[in-house]
Design a protein around this ligand. Structure first.
Ligand code: TXA
Ligand code: MG
Length: 326
């Protein structure tokens, strides 16, 4: 990624797509919208492009990347799918699910993108713009969320530019991302599908399809199976106080549902994730609302209680990371 230059904003039309695909094929970094969040794309088969991606995000190289593909056939050239991985792919792709599977013989995703692991994270996104771009590139595209490492993920092109302007070649502007939280990550490595990260496909939908519960990570935490799942992440500048039953003077309030908690009148700023109490709407608004409340200058963002079922598990996960000690 270049520094000091300007990042081009490409429109969501044939010209913009052709330009974005050409830049990616030339080893440059291009942010693009998926249904979950904006990804920062690099040619996953090109070690130099992947190295530039880690540098632009200031991302530790031990944290592997997701390779994005236009369809299941392309994904099966990169990874070895067992029967359950195949059922999950057929049920939920294209869509907000990432599968971690053993690398396939002859796979092209470079070692650096996998952080040296013998497995690879694969995803076929549903956003039409992303699929069109991936078809044009014709190679796996590594794409972490298009933010600086540890910051709030971007759900609009303006968020990408706020973090990465001048550090990447271009951003393909496709408006806002409808799901709003990253993909669910499931590892199918040892015959026992494991939930590595809750996300846009609810756990309940996956467990219903498989007819069994998803296991947790083995051992005492994410490392080394998913080294990127660090505790502090998605961090706004402000502190984050979870399950707030009341708003303290000067706090910014992140609300959910029709309830107005005591003290709300003294809030420095307030936004509601979903006045109707809808979890899909709340997920779509989560990162943009966190950014706006952070910009209010409040020292603390107080977050109202949010149910943890369905998409609520992914929302709770992101909020816990935002609240984690740094
Ligand atoms: O929705 C999404 O998944 C977005 C969009 C852009 O597609 N991408 C995204 O990427 O969230 P990122 O880099 O923020 O998250 C990738 C996660 C990291 O936690 C990483 O550790 C994990 O995937 N991961 C990647 N490869 C892995 C592997 N081989 N084994 C275990 N975890 C892996
Ligand atoms: Mg991320």
């Amino acid at each position: 990624g270049s520094t000091g230059g300007t990042t081009r904003r490409l429109g969501p039309d044939a010209d913009g797509l052709a330009e974005a695909a050409g830049l990616l094929r030339a080893g440059r970094l291009v942010a693009f919208p998926t249904e979950t969040v904006y990804g920062l794309g690099a040619d996953a088969t090109d070690p130099a492009a992947v190295a530039a991606l880690y540098a632009a995000k200031a991302r530790p190289r031990f944290n592997p990347l997701i390779a994005h593909l236009p369809d299941l056939d392309a994904a099966r050239r990169e990874g070895a799918f067992d029967a359950e991985a195949l059922r999950l792919a057929e049920a939920f792709w294209p869509g907000p699910l990432t599968l971690v599977v053993p690398c396939a013989a002859g796979g092209r995703v470079t070692d650096l993108a996998r952080a040296g692991l013998p497995s690879v994270a694969l995803r076929v996104p549903a956003a039409p713009l992303a699929r069109d771009l991936l078809m044009r590139v014709g190679r796996p595209v590594a794409a972490p969320s298009a933010n600086r490492s540890g910051r709030v993920s971007p759900t609009a092109a303006a968020h990408v530019l706020g973090d990465l302007d001048g550090r990447i070649a271009a951003v393909l502007d496709g408006g806002t991302c409808p799901v709003g939280v990253e993909s669910t990550i499931v590892a199918c490595l040892d015959g026992a599908p494991r939930l590595l990260r809750p996300g846009g496909v609810p756990r309940e939908a996956i467990e219903a399809l498989l007819g069994r519960a998803l296991l947790a990570l083995p051992g005492g935490g994410p490392a080394p199976l998913s080294p990127g799942l660090l505790a502090s992440h998605y961090a706004p500048r402000a502190g984050v106080r979870l399950d707030a039953g009341e708003i303290r003077p000067g706090e910014a309030a992140l609300l959910f549902g029709p309830v107005a908690p005591p003290g709300l009148a003294r809030a420095r700023a307030q936004l509601n994730l979903s006045p109707a109490g809808d979890l899909a709407e709340a997920a779509a608004n989560l990162f943009a609302h966190l950014r706006r409340l952070d910009a209010s200058g409040a020292a603390t963002i107080a977050v109202a209680p949010i149910p943890r079922s369905g998409l609520g598990e992914a929302i709770a996960d992101r909020l816990q990371r935002a609240a984690a000690p740094r």
